[in-house]
Structure formats: C-alpha cells, structure tokens
Design a protein around this ligand. Structure first.
Ligand SMILES: Nc1nc2c(ncn2[C@@H]2O[C@H](COP(=O)(O)OP(=O)(O)OP(=O)(O)O)[C@@H](O)[C@H]2O)c(=O)[nH]1
Ligand SMILES: [Mg+2]
Length: 231
C-alpha cells in the first residue's frame, strides 16, 4: 500500500516538473537563449571549466549563470569573479539535483533579451539530475579522467542523455592508469550519438574546441539540431 502511494507521489512530482520545464523551455526558445545543463559527479571540474569559459567568452557574449549546490554559494562566488552579471545561486538544502521550478524562479531575475548563453551548473551528482528536465536545450556531462574508465557504463542514464561529454582534467592522465581511448569506447557504448571533447581547465587544452562548439550551437536556429552533428 505504502509503495503504491510513493510511486503516485513521485509521478505527480515528475509531471509537475515537466510542466514547469516546458515553460522554462518556451521562455528560453522565445528569447533565443541556448541553455546548457552542466552535470557531473562532485568535483569533476564543472565550476573551473565555467570560470575558463567566462574568462574566454565573457567580454564577447552576454552569459548568464545559475549554480545549484546542496549547501554553500561557493561556486556562484567563484564564477561572479569572471562576470559583471548576477550569478544566481540555488541552494537545494539537501536535494541532489536542481528542478525546473528553481530555474523558473531564477529566470525572473535574468534579462533574457540581453542574454546570449545560459549555463546551469547542476548539483554534483551523476544519478539524480538525469531524471529532472530543467528546460535546457542541451545537456553537457563532465567526466574527469580521475573517475576511472567505466563510469559511462555504470551510470548510463546521464551519458545516454548527454549531447556532449567533456572529458576533464586530461592534464592528470600521465599520473593515472586510465586511457582516453577506453573512456571513449565506454561512451560509444552508451551514447546514441557519441560526442566528446577532452579538456583541461588547468592547462587550457581543448578549451578552444569547447568554445568553438558553443559558437556552433549559437549559430544553429534550433540548438537541439546539434544532435545531428558529430564533434
Ligand atoms: N588538475 C586539474 N584539476 C582540475 C581541473 N579542473 C578542475 N580541477 C580541480 O578539481 C577540483 C574540483 O573542481 P570544481 O571545478 O570545483 O569541480 P565541480 O564539478 O564544480 O565540483 P562540485 O560543484 O562540487 O560538484 C578543484 O580543486 C579544481 O581545481 C583540471 O582540468 N585539471
Ligand atoms: Mg562546482
């Protein structure tokens, strides 16, 4: 009896989230703002990558950022150093993911007309964020080489949904028993259209290609068209 009730509540929560995500997507599409949902395990390098991205593109493009953390506003404070715009911190107070209602609230404080890209840094977690649509156009997963080669196979849902996987911290490869080719093979087994970029936010390796990918998305009329293109 209890088990049945739990499923019903969960379904209602998901249905409500999907309605709100629809509204987020409608607003972003209307304002022609491509939004990226950046997800990964804790500490895979999402914030440092966004810092590098703001450093590279901040003068050229109007970029809005929403960060989600279980606790603290550390990431928002780190990112605020690289932009004049308000960086919005959502503190989930325990929840292991952002949800669409939080994004909808955050959008109220963002002037979408003057925004050219929106990054949403999700809570560091490779499982929960996969099931919550935020209304984003594209999902970007960061996978650090230090996490090992088998993570795409062990946590396939997130990788299956990914439009792009950033294989991060490649500067550490010489110190590890991890091969980039093996990670790529694992991604090819779970991603319907494998697309990945090896990067290091520390050395800057691969950042040019990441920036080029972002420009390529901006040039598309429909950001989801990127699913037809290989990186
Ligand atoms: N060597 C190396 N270290 C990195 C790189 N990117 C991030 N780091 C380090 O990894 C740690 C975690 O990086 P963050 O950017 O905070 O990772 P995150 O994914 O935002 O973490 P959460 O938001 O807590 O999930 C920090 O100490 C970074 O300096 C990289 O490319 N190379
Ligand atoms: Mg972070």
């Amino acid at each position: 009896m209890m088990a049945v009730r739990t499923i019903e509540v969960r379904e209602r929560v998901m249905a409500r989230n999907d309605e709100l995500a629809y509204e987020v997507r409608r607003r972003l599409t209307e304002a022609r703002v491509p939004a990226f949902n950046l997800v990964s395990s804790p500490g895979s390098g999402k914030t440092l990558l966004l810092e590098r991205t703001l450093e590279r593109l901040g003068a050229e493009l109007d970029i809005a950022v929403i960060t989600g953390d279980v606790q603290t506003r550390n990431d928002a404070e780190r990112l605020a150093r690289w932009t004049d715009r308000l960086v919005q911190a959502v503190v989930t107070g325990g929840a292991c993911h952002l949800d669409a209602s939080q994004i909808l609230n955050a959008l109220d404080a963002i002037d979408l007309e003057s925004t050219e890209l929106l990054f949403i840094e999700n809570v560091g977690n490779l499982v929960c964020p996969a099931v919550y649509d935020l209304g984003e156009a594209l999902n970007v997963v960061a996978l650090a080489v230090t996490e090992g080669e088998d993570k795409p196979l062990k946590y396939p849902v997130m990788f299956r949904k990914a439009d792009l996987v950033l294989i991060t911290k490649i500067d550490l490869l010489p110190h590890l028993d991890v091969r980039l080719e093996t990670i790529a093979d694992a991604l090819a087994r779970v991603m319907p259209q494998p697309a990945y970029l090896p990067v290091s936010a520390r050395t800057g390796a691969g950042i040019d290609r990441w920036v080029a990918w972002l420009h390529q998305i901006r040039a598309l009329t429909e950001p989801s068209d990127v699913r037809q293109q290989a990186v």
